[in-house]
Design a protein around this ligand. Structure first.
Ligand code: AMP
Length: 419
């Protein structure tokens, strides 16, 4: 689809009420159109409404809350010329905190606002110095934030905008008490934007206690997989995945193959090993500069790189029609992400194949995916590394899981996909 076709059928960023400075930043990112969560959340957030956003990572939700907050902060101007923390984004993991902070830098590139990010596991001095210099936006994980609040370094009395990101994950990770302690210190008069991928009762109650007359914005996860995508599953040991990938890549019909890893480092590692084997490959992930990402994508589009290895976070920007194969080198935590990943192939009427590798520890994720797509992914048992997952050592720091034989699972209850 050409860009003009895309923009004529969907509203553009310029119809959301965003200021020129932010539109410029969005244009710098070459986003063609807003994602559904952006389209639905940005206008009410700009109007000062509380928002209850039901959306997972990968939907573009970060821009949906960062853009309206930056715009409002800029319009308000600094308070008496002195900077104090006016916006707080609470998020459960270091990785998410770092990504949100990068997004604040990206989208705020043309604004005179400052931000910093704080999380545990690293020395606090740099973080403390940044806060003392004065910032407008603080992105934080709950533990370190409480720590700095208790030391009297962070003062939240000036907060006007509060984002609670991935609330359900906060709950799962046991941070909810810390979160409540932090919220107790926020001014009552503020705008709150609340995001959660799922809405169990505890999250619904938390949202009700935090939000005033919110606008609810839901992005329905894609629960069906494209009919044109042929899916296959390989059970394989974690340590044999690279060998299996090399083996599969001997098939030259795998012309334009997108490989998904869960982490940035994983993406780099796989691409490097393939290049060493003389398979033309490139990696794309959030740590790469925009130029490096663009170069990798162009090489993939031209066919110079037969394989593109991507982390989920980078994959949203990948909009290429003729991907022949998607390989899930690692299964995603969120089952909806599987659907998004494999939707990269089988586009525009072309057929595509989605291959998933699953090791012993990933089996619960496989079950969640199969539940979501209401299909048992057909397993290919005839491959050189079959059985390598059985009796596999767990990753360091994990409890071993009892091995489970798929063939004894509730296959009878599963509706097999009609082929
Ligand atoms: P998020 O769900 O906020 O973690 O965003 C996931 C990815 O989508 C990030 O890499 C963003 O750069 C990218 N992204 C955000 N908005 C858009 C958009 N409108 N078009 C294309 N990519 C986007």
């Amino acid at each position: 689809m050409t860009e003009s076709e895309t923009t004529s059928s969907k509203p553009g960023f310029d119809q959301l009420g965003l200021a020129d400075t932010l539109l410029r930043a969005v244009r710098d990112q070459r986003y063609a159109t807003p994602t559904p969560i952006q389209e639905k959340a940005i206008p009410p957030a700009l109007a000062g409404r509380d928002v209850f956003g039901c959306a997972q990572t990968g939907t573009g939700k970060t821009a949906a809350f960062v853009l309206p907050i930056l715009q409002q902060l800029d319009a308000d101007g600094p308070c008496n010329g002195k900077r104090r923390i006016r916006a707080l984004v609470l998020t459960p993991t270091r990785e998410l905190a770092a990504q949100i902070s990068e997004s604040a830098a990206t989208y705020g590139a043309h604004l005179p606002l400052t931000h910093t990010v704080i999380y545990g596991g690293v020395n606090q001095n740099k973080q403390v110095n940044a806060i003392r210099r004065g910032i407008d936006v603080l992105v934080a994980c709950p533990g370190r934030l409480l720590d700095l609040m208790n030391q009297g370094i962070v003062d939240l009395r000036g907060i006007e905008y509060f984002v609670l990101d991935e609330a359900d994950r906060m709950l799962d990770m046991g941070f909810i008490h810390d979160v409540r302690r932090i919220i107790a210190k926020l001014p009552k008069q503020r705008q709150t934007l609340f995001f959660s991928a799922t809405v169990p009762n505890a999250i619904r109650e938390l949202a009700d206690s935090l939000l005033t007359d919110p606008v609810t914005v839901r992005v329905t996860p894609a629960a069906t997989t494209a009919e044109t995508v042929d899916q296959a599953l390989y059970m394989v040991g974690r340590k044999r995945k690279l060998d299996l990938l090399r083996h599969l890549l001997k098939d030259h019909t795998m012309q334009r193959t997108l490989v998904f890893t869960r982490t940035k480092h994983g993406a780099d590692r796989v691409a490097k090993r393939l290049i060493k084997d003389k398979v033309p490959a490139a990696a794309i992930h959030g740590n790469k500069s925009q130029n490096a990402r663009t170069r990798a994508l162009e090489a993939f589009k031209r066919g110079d790189a037969r394989v593109l290895v991507a982390s989920d976070i980078a994959a949203r920007g990948i909009d290429i029609d003729s991907i022949s194969h998607v390989i899930n080198y690692e299964l995603p935590h969120e089952p909806e992400t599987y659907v998004h990943r494999i939707g990269r192939t089988g586009r525009a009427g072309n057929s595509g194949r989605a291959i998933s590798f699953c090791d012993l520890e990933e089996q619960p994720r496989l079950r969640s995916i199969e539940k979501l797509i209401r299909t048992a992914i057909p397993e290919i048992k005839d491959h050189p590394y079959a059985g390598s997952h059985i009796g596999e050592e767990p990753r360091p720091g994990r409890q071993p899981r009892p091995p489970r034989d798929r063939t004894q699972s509730s296959q009878g209850q599963r509706r097999r996909r009609r082929r």
